[in-house]
Write a protein that binds this ligand. Structure first.
Ligand SMILES: Cc1cc2nc3c(=O)[nH]c(=O)nc-3n(C[C@H](O)[C@H](O)[C@H](O)COP(=O)(O)OP(=O)(O)OC[C@H]3O[C@@H](n4cnc5c(N)ncnc54)[C@H](O)[C@@H]3O)c2cc1C
Length: 826
């Protein structure tokens, strides 16, 4: 079939071939189709099992907001959505119900106020209008609201609401105008795969040969994923709103009122109030599968469960007490285990994309998500930071029915919870534990969770319960973690580092193909460890790993466990199928203990017969050493900026090695540390964290990792040409380390950086520099449309905005702690 769109009757004929098949006619599928057509792609087919919007989209409350987000990518998507929805009606002639009445989010506790001030400062720097209002002012705007307990509100005038059905129909109309063919009453029943590609989409109307398939099937996306062996963990969950009869004083221009402390929001609906809920304990739905004929479906509401929230709502809007109820609605929405959507190319396949799991934000993310998906499909590389939304971050265990169900109970309400730093989910815990878990718990560990792993975050001193009192200021464990930090700088400490993902690449061709993937040179002598980034053709970072050569034909890759699926997919896609190079995930084969600090050599020498001296065991090398009865791979490397070793211990020897080290450690004052200390230590030394302060939109050159790029190695590497071009054109920004001059305030994330009074970037990761004596942060500094030179950094005077107050900060291109790296090489 030609690429051109067939005309007339032919357009209605069921196709046998399509360039792109989109599964699902909700807001996400229609937006993806619309944007692919806008980018000029032809031969696009959208399949919908019943009618457009019949899944979740039809009953959404239609709230749209660009502000209120603490993530650049979410803001990017919501801002775009708002712009698109404003112009869609004029473009397509289809009404969208777009009303930019504004939105007021209120704070009734000091912590919420601090949070909203921080978020407002972040949003404003991204061009979102956000005004802080007094309780009195809110009362003027919303006379029916009780405002005595309100400390302040944050008003974003551009926000508001749309009609979700109309918006979706407008997107569908725009897509059709662009040549997209939409087939309703067509159910996808199977997907045929061959060589890691979907080749055919099987439907109840026939089969379509497809070059690209996009799974936009909402809560059905999990099942559609299974048809192709793709992991899409999500859980439909009950989601509620109530609409009253008309209430005097409620009018169409009222801004949406959001009361996160009471898990509620309010907006006008046909003269009454639509009151929506994000209750803290919610109910997963359809645990045995979505009913087969569910279309424009509803769930019978559980009144009793909702009553306490309704009572709170009557306190906020007393007029609700006497209002008649027009509709009490409950519908299913898909929630993901980490509250981020799942978008992008599925790691298991090479032409199958997913856009699902929008966690009650599908309408307001819809425009932006469709744009991102289309751009990603067309260009092959996304143009926004996707580390928090990429489907490749999901792990297989997260799709077990019990995991998605247990977590779903918490995630809906998490949306309205205080967004304190280091907040962890409480549900679906204890899924993955290292061999050391019980020992660490006995030593007072407070456990956080990362990629399902229970990891020690910090340790409580004896007699103190390891429990967090959340706040935006110094949390109760601040001093405990500070002591762990200092012990690492001054003595020796040990950290359970088993969460590291470990991948073995072996075979005659391993060196050749790995060296093309790595920007650094991994053709090194046996035992040598190389820190490197993996780049795509545009020169931006796909992975940040170490590669240790174990033998001529064997390499060990170490990566954060949350990135392990993406890293394996990248290897699979870039090592030819017929190459003699084989990839194995060996994460579970080794436990890891990370021993760091100036006394680490003396300490480890006391438990091994190996020579740990600098000459015998140089920096960035791995050797097998004995510890007690065990043989352990010791890697001399650091992520904290001190002398130290990571010990890779065969799992069955884990406790023996742990006990041996703890016993010997008594003579050295060995202390346990957690990941909080690791983070503050690495921030002082300005080591990068992929998914934290660097992401897929950064090049190594701009984030200060140029030292690890070997432009002249034989055979080159993926992304080399793009980096050479960047050197010519100049850097878009530079990653800078900041140290506040005032030792009191805390940097966490998202604080805006000012140079000579003008915003130039934001802090991507912050923590307290217990050695440097104040908060440390790293973030990119830009210069509006111009390249950023070293002089621009050195000549500027910097301040950082924390919740509306600016604090002077020192800025440095080099690490402020041990800039020459002398301690790690000692
Ligand atoms: C009560 C409630 C209030 C909400 N309020 C808001 C709000 O105010 N703002 C906001 O942004 N979001 C809100 N949401 C969330 C929003 O509705 C969703 O995030 C969004 O509609 C998801 O869109 P989707 O396209 O991913 O899924 P869907 O709309 O469910 O679309 C998926 C489509 O795929 C089709 N499909 C499934 N299987 C197949 C198959 N095998 N073959 C072909 N087609 C198939 C389905 O029929 C369905 O039409 C709310 C949700 C609820 C439940």
């Amino acid at each position: 079939m030609p690429d051109d769109q067939p005309l007339g009757k032919l357009a209605n004929r069921f196709p046998q071939h399509a360039k792109v098949v989109i599964i699902g006619g909700g807001v996400i599928g229609c937006s993806t189709a619309y944007h692919l057509a806008k980018l000029g792609w032809k031969d696009i087919v959208l399949l919908e099992r019943t009618q457009l919007t019949a899944g979740t989209t039809w009953h959404a409350a239609g709230l749209i907001e660009s502000g209120g987000f603490f993530s650049a990518t979410s803001l990017e998507m919501t801002k775009y959505t708002l712009e698109l929805y404003r112009s869609l009606e004029a473009e397509t002639g289809q009404a969208t119900g777009n009303k930019n009445v504004g939105m007021i989010t209120i704070a009734t506790t000091p912590d919420r106020l601090e949070e909203l001030r921080r978020v407002a400062a972040f949003d404003r720097a991204f061009g979102v209008e956000m005004e802080e209002l007094s309780a009195g002012k809110i009362k003027e705007i919303w006379p029916l609201a009780y405002t005595d307990d309100i400390l302040a509100g944050f008003f974003s005038p551009g926000d508001g609401r749309v009609n979700p059905i109309d918006v979706t129909m407008a997107l569908a109309k725009g897509a059709r105008t662009g040549g997209v063919r939409i087939f309703e009453e067509t159910t996808v029943t199977g997907l045929t795969t061959e060589d890691q590609r979907v080749t055919r989409v099987v439907t109840d109307k026939g089969e379509i040969q497809a070059e690209v398939v996009v799974n936009c099937a909402g809560m059905w996306a999990r099942e559609i994923g299974k048809l192709a062996g793709v992991n899409v963990p999500l859980q439909p969950t009950e989601h509620y709103y109530l609409i009253t009869e008309a209430i005097e004083g409620i009018h169409t221009d009222l801004p949406v009122l959001v009361d996160p402390d009471k898990y509620a929001y309010y907006r006008e609906e046909v003269g009454g109030i639509l009151f929506g809920l994000f209750e803290p304990v919610s109910a997963p739905w359809a645990l045995d599968g979505i009913p087969k004929d569910f279309s424009f479906g509803e769930i019978t509401p559980d009144w009793d469960r909702m009553m306490p929230y309704l009572e709170e709502a009557m306190k906020r809007i007393p007029a609700l007490e006497n209002a008649g109820i027009h509709q009490f609605f409950c519908g299913p929405e898909s929630f993901t285990p980490d509250l981020g959507p799942m978008m992008g190319l599925a790691p298991e396949l090479d032409n199958f994309y997913v856009a699902a799991g929008f966690n009650s934000l599908g309408i307001l993310l819809g425009g932006g998500a469709g744009r991102v998906m289309a751009q990603w499909i067309v260009d092959g590389v996304p143009d926004v930071d996707v580390t928090e939304i990429d489907i490749a971050r999901m792990l297989p265990f997260e799709n077990t029915p019990k995991y998605v169900k247990d977590r779903a109970v918490e995630v809906l309400g998490f949306m309205f919870e205080d967004r304190y730093p280091n907040k962890h989910f409480k549900t679906a815990r204890n899924a993955r534990k290292s061999a050391f878990y019980d020992r660490l718990a006995a030593a007072g560990a407070y456990f956080g969770v990362y990629a399902g792993w229970e990891y020690p975050d910090w340790f409580a001193p004896e007699g103190i319960e390891p429990k967090v009192d959340y706040s935006w200021g110094r949390q109760n464990w601040f001093e405990y973690s500070a002591a762990e930090h200092r012990a690492t700088r001054e003595n020796v400490t040990m950290l359970d580092y088993s969460v590291m993902g470990k991948i073995l690449v072996q075979g005659r061709d391993a060196e050749k193909h790995l060296n093309r993937i790595c920007a650094n040179d991994i053709a090194v002598p046996d035992g040598r460890c190389v820190y490197t980034q993996w780049l795509n053709e545009t020169g931006t970072i796909e992975a940040d790993v170490t590669v240790t050569r174990l033998a001529k034909d064997r390499f060990l890759i170490l990566t954060a466990d949350g990135t392990i699926t993406a890293v394996q997919a990248w290897l699979r896609r870039h090592i030819p199928a017929d190459a003699h190079a084989f990839v194995t995930n060996i994460t579970s084969a080794y436990s890891v203990l990370n021993v760091q600090g100036p006394k680490s050599r003396d300490f480890l020498s006391s438990v091994t017969h190996a020579d740990m001296s600098h000459d015998a065991f140089p920096f960035l090398t791995m050797q097998e050493i004995d510890i007690g009865y065990a043989l352990v791979k010791a890697l001399r490397v650091t992520y904290v900026g001190e002398l130290g070793w990571e010990l890779y211990i065969p799992t069955e020897f884990s406790l023996h090695v742990f006990d041996t080290l703890v016993e010997a450690g008594k003579d050295f004052g060995l202390e346990h540390i957690g990941l909080q200390a690791l983070n503050t230590l690495r921030l002082e030394r300005a080591y990068r964290d992929y998914g934290g302060d660097i992401d897929n939109t950064d090049t190594p050159l701009e984030v200060g990792l140029g030292y690890f790029v070997r432009f002249n190695k034989p055979g080159g590497f993926i992304g080399r040409d793009a980096l050479l071009r960047l050197k010519e054109t100049g850097y878009r920004y530079r990653m800078i380390q900041f140290l506040l001059e005032d030792p009191e305030p805390l940097l966490h994330y998202g604080e805006i950086i000012y140079r000579d009074g003008k915003p130039v970037g934001y802090i991507r990761a912050g923590g307290y520099g217990h050695t440097l004596g104040a908060s440390v942060g790293v973030g990119p500094v830009e210069k509006e449309g111009e390249t950023v030179t070293v002089d621009f950094i050195k000549s500027g005077s910097f301040e950082i905005d924390i919740a509306g107050v600016r604090y002077p900060a020192k800025a440095s291109l080099r690490p402020m702690y041990d800039p020459k790296g002398l301690r790690v090489r000692s």
